[in-house]
Design a protein around this ligand. Structure first.
Ligand code: IPM
Ligand code: MN
Length: 372
C-alpha cells in the first residue's frame, strides 16, 4: 500500500517519540513491502517561533493532501504561564482538528498484564480492563464563542452541539461496540446541561439502529469515580469534547503510564494519529520519554488503513518489550532504557521476529547491540 504521511512532531518530547514511531513504520514498510512517504511540517510553539503562526498555511496544506497525519505533542511552558498570550501552541492543534474535520477521537485504554503492578491502582481493580473512549473532538465548549468583558472581569465559553455532530460520532461508537463487547455508555451531565440532554435524546434514538448494543448512561462525575472503582464495566464510552479530555487522562492511570496511550482522530476525509500525552517539557531532549504511545498511535494508523496484520505485529512487539522490561523511566525507575533504545528494540522485533532474533535481542538488552 502507498501512503503519504505528514509528520508533525511539534514541541517538547514530540520529536523524540515521533522518531520512534517513524522507525516502526519504516520497519513495517520493509517487512510487508509497502510504500510510506513521510513529509515533515511545523506545528505548535516551534511553528510560532519560526513563523508567528501555530499552524502555518503550508502545514495545513500538507496535512489535507496527505493520507494521514502523525502527530507528536504540543505546548510550551512559556505560553502556559502567560494568560495574556494572544497566540498559543494549542491553537495549532485545535485548528488542525477543526480544519481537517477530525470529529471522532478514539482512545483505547487497556491494562497490559505485564504492567499491572506499575499502576497505582490495585491489581484486582484493573486486571482485564479493556475499554475505548470515543471523544467528540470538533465541537462543544472547546469551539463555542469565547468572551471576555472589556474590564477583563467576566469571561464565558459557550458549549454548543448539533444533532448532526452527535449522530456522526455516535454511529462510529455504536459500530465499534458491535464488534467488541456490545456495550455503549454515554457519559454526560444531563441532570444539569441542555447539551447533555440533546446527546441523550439523539443517542437514544440512534440506538434503535443497533439493537444488539446495550446502551447505558452515566453522569460524568459518577463516571469519573466508576472509571477507577470498577473500570472493567466499560466497553465503549461515548462522550463530548471536554468530558472526554478529562476522563481519558484519568483512564491513563489504569495502564500505569500516560506514556502508553495512543489515539486516532478520524474525519470523513482525513485522519490523524497522536499520543494522548502532552509535550512533557521537563524531559525534552533528554531521551527519557516513553515512545510507546507514539508507536501505538502508528499501529492505529496501520489499522485505520486496513493493515490489521501489520498493526498486530506492532502490538506484539510492544508487548514483548514490556514483558522483557525494556522500558523508559516512567515504567521502571530502577532499570530503565532511553527513548531511542526502546524504539530500536521494538523495531528489531518487527524486522526479525522474536524467535529468529533472540541473540540480537539479548545483545540489545545487555546494551551491546550495534543499533544503539
Ligand atoms: C488532548 C490535549 C489537548 C486537548 C490540548 C493540548 C489542547 O490535552 O489532546 O487531550 O485538550 O484536547
Ligand atoms: Mn488532554
Amino acid at each position: 500500500m502507498k501512503l503519504k504521511i505528514a509528520v508533525l512532531s511539534g514541541d517538547g518530547i514530540g520529536p523524540e517519540v515521533t522518531n520512534q514511531a517513524i522507525k516502526i513504520l519504516k520497519a513495517i514498510e520493509q517487512v510487508f513491502s509497502h510504500q510510506f512517504e513521510f513529509q515533515k511540517a511545523l506545528v505548535g510553539a516551534i511553528a510560532i517561533d519560526s513563523t508567528g503562526n501555530p499552524l502555518p498555511v503550508e502545514t495545513l496544506k500538507l496535512c489535507s493532501e496527505s493520507d494521514a497525519v502523525l502527530f507528536g505533542a504540543i505546548g510550551d511552558p512559556k505560553y502556559d504561564n502567560n494568560p495574556d498570550a494572544k497566540v498559543r501552541p494549542e491553537q495549532g492543534l485545535l485548528r488542525l482538528r477543526k480544519e481537517l474535520g477530525l470529529f471522532a477521537n478514539i482512545r483505547p485504554i487497556k491494562a497490559f498484564d505485564s504492567l499491572i503492578e506499575k499502576s497505582p491502582l490495585k491489581r484486582n481493580i484493573i486486571e482485564g480492563t479493556d475499554m475505548v473512549i470515543f471523544r467528540e473532538l470538533t465541537g462543544g465548549i472547546y469551539f463555542g464563542e469565547k468572551k471576555l468583558s472589556d474590564d477583563g472581569k467576566i469571561a464565558s465559553d459557550l458549549c454548543e452541539y448539533s444533532q448532526l455532530e452527535i449522530e456522526r460520532i455516535a454511529h462510529l461508537a455504536f459500530k465499534s461496540a458491535q464488534i467488541r463487547r456490545k456495550k455503549l455508555t454515554l457519559v454526560d451531565k444531563a441532570n444539569v446541561l441542555e447539551t447533555s440532554r440533546l446527546w441523550r435524546r439523539v443517542v437514544t434514538n440512534l440506538a434503535q439502529e443497533y439493537p444488539d448494543v446495550l446502551l447505558d448512561f452515566l453522569f460524568v462525575d459518577n463516571a469519573a469515580m466508576q472509571m477507577i472503582l470498577n473500570p472493567r464495566q466499560f466497553d465503549v464510552i461515548l462522550t463530548e469534547n471536554l468530558f472526554g479530555d478529562i476522563i481519558s487522562d484519568e483512564g491513563s492511570v489504569i495502564g500505569g503510564s500516560i506514556g502508553l496511550l495512543a489515539s486516532a482522530s478520524i474525519g470523513h476525509h482525513n485522519a490523524m494519529f497522536e499520543p494522548i500525552h502532552g509535550s512533557y517539557p521537563q524531559a525534552k531532549g533528554k531521551n527519557i520519554a516513553n515512545p510507546i504511545a507514539a508507536i501505538l498511535s502508528a499501529a492505529m494508523l496501520l489499522e485505520h488503513f486496513g493493515l490489521k496484520q501489520e498493526s498486530e505485529v506492532v502490538h506484539k512487539a510492544v508487548e514483548e518489550a514490556l514483558e522483557m522490561n525494556i522500558v523508559t523511566p516512567d515504567l521502571n525507575v530502577v532499570r530503565s532504557f532511553s527513548t531511542d533504545y526502546v524504539g530500536d528494540f521494538i523495531t528489531t522485533i518487527i524486522l526479525n521476529g522474536t524467535e529468529n532474533s533472540y541473540c540480537n535481542l539479548e545483545n540489545i538488552s545487555l546494551g551491546k547491540s550495534s543499533l544503539i
